[in-house]
Design a protein around this ligand. Structure first.
Ligand code: PLP
Length: 442
């Protein structure tokens, strides 16, 4: 039969869904058909509160008119232009705006299309930097247990979530991991940053003693781990990590794909914690998820170390066809305008105590073993059912959706991160539905 591009009857079979139990989903699908503000609607018109800003990415809320107009205007003017050996004004303009809002001397921006690409780009820039400054033996990369850095081979190698690694072979060589910082026996139900665990950063000294600093290029961590169930860093932990990296000439990379652009009530976690990394990866909130975009923000000395050699030599043999895609740049520029005009980072900071009280009001709900929060996000651990890890979490996630709330589930941990435009009464509604979902799924 001849291949055909004619429309076919809709069915759920052909789409191979990412990070989803395909067969289970297709028997009982959860479809989203429309979005505005902090809400989604299902195809049959049922309203669902977006308790997760999509996938931690729609920080300014859905359906923002200003972003739509900026993308449409850019499409009208110029749909695409390459940024290999060519350029377009919007890319330079956006980089200058990002540089201006970044803390410290993080002042150069490399663009890509996702968080995973941002992580792989950052790891490659780190390796290239070490080589450029005559430290080519520094090839080792250090991640952290329970870390999530996307799904590229670099990202899963430094990442620390077993299921994301174990199916995919031997991964990158020369990678080691810091211990994770989840200490529920000491820190359960902490409000904000937990008290205990700063000393876990000293494990980097142990890794240095084992491998020698001269073999280590970079350490990558999420300043506040997201996908593993939202783990705010223990007080003092990031400062210690920064000190040890500086002492040994190791680059520190903050993966701010989730924490960047307001989630903690500051532009970036680096600003929030007062700890400046050498490289920072971003995505998600950079474009409010309207057009895929990611980026690596780079400190001046790192950029400058690469700007050596003959002027006609390419300094970094790395890039993507869609690096700084004009539509992504247009969207990201409009998003920055919204963040500023609506004061959304400040708003997130002001709402955080209310959010904290709300999520911690769930303490005592049967089956809840830990609650963590920082900024406008939270992680809640549920007790696993005997012999069925993940069943309780999945049950609560499905129940929440049925009751009109979208949350994020990883095993028996649930996470929430509403758009930064959320109102207090909507926070109340989120907490109310979430509590009911946990109780009904128990
Ligand atoms: C910290 C972190 N890094 C990287 C990624 C990967 O981003 P993407 O899914 O856009 O590739 C994510 C996605 O959730 C993330 O949370």
């Amino acid at each position: 039969m001849a291949a055909s591009t004619a429309p076919v009857a809709n069915n759920l079979e052909a789409f191979f869904m990412p990070f989803t139990a395909n067969r289970q989903f297709k028997k009982n699908p959860r479809l989203l058909a429309k979005a505005k503000g902090v809400h989604y609607w299902t195809p049959d018109g049922r309203r669902v509160i977006d308790g997760t800003a999509g996938l931690w990415c729609v920080n300014a809320g859905h359906g923002r008119e200003e972003i739509k107009q900026a993308i449409a205007a850019q499409l009208e003017e110029m749909d695409y232009a390459p940024t290999f050996q060519m350029g377009h004004p919007r890319a330079f303009e956006l980089a200058a705006r990002h540089a201006a809002m970044l803390p410290g001397d993080l002042d150069h921006a490399f663009y890509c299309n996702s968080g995973s690409e941002a992580v792989d780009s950052a790891l490659k820039i780190a390796l290239a930097y070490q080589r450029a400054r005559g430290e080519g033996t520094r090839t080792r990369l250090i991640g952290r247990e329970r870390g999530y850095h996307g799904v590229g081979f670099g990202g899963i190698s430094v990442g620390g979530m077993a299921n994301n690694r174990k199916f995919f072979g031997s991964l990158l060589p020369g990678v080691d991991h810091l211990p994770h910082t989840h200490l529920p026996q000491k820190n359960a139900f902490s409000r904000g940053q937990p008290e205990h665990g700063a000393e876990l950063a000293d494990e980097l000294e142990r890794i240095v003693a084992l491998h020698d600093a001269s073999t280590i290029a970079a350490v990558i961590v999420e300043p506040c781990a997201g996908s593993t169930g939202y783990l705010p860093p223990p007080k003092g932990y990031l400062q210690r990590l920064r000190e040890i990296c500086t002492k040994h000439g190791i680059l520190l990379i903050f993966d701010e794909v989730i924490t960047g652009f307001g989630r903690l009530g500051a532009s970036f976690a680096a600003e929030y914690f007062g700890v400046i990394p050498d490289l920072m990866t971003v995505a998600k909130g950079i474009s409010n998820a309207t057009v895929p975009m990611g980026g690596v923000f780079v400190r001046k000395p790192v950029y400058e170390a690469l700007m050596t050699g003959p002027e006609n030599a390419i300094e970094l043999f790395h890039g993507y066809t869609y690096s700084a895609h004009p539509l992504a740049c247009a969207a990201a520029g409009a998003v920055l305008d919204i963040y500023r005009k609506d004061g959304l980072f400040q708003r997130a900071a002001e709402l955080s105590p209310y959010w904290e009280d709300g999520v911690h009001s769930l303490k005592g709900t049967p089956g809840v073993t830990d609650i963590r929060n920082l900024g406008l996000a939270a992680g809640i651990d549920l007790e696993s059912k005997p012999g069925a890890v993940g069943a309780r979490g999945y049950g609560a996630f499905v129940k929440a959706f049925e009751l009109g709330l979208m949350v994020r589930q990883t095993g028996d941990t649930l996470a929430m991160s509403p758009p930064l435009i959320v109102e207090k009464n909507q926070i109340d509604e989120i907490i109310d539905i979430f509590g009911k979902a946990i109780r009904q799924a128990a």
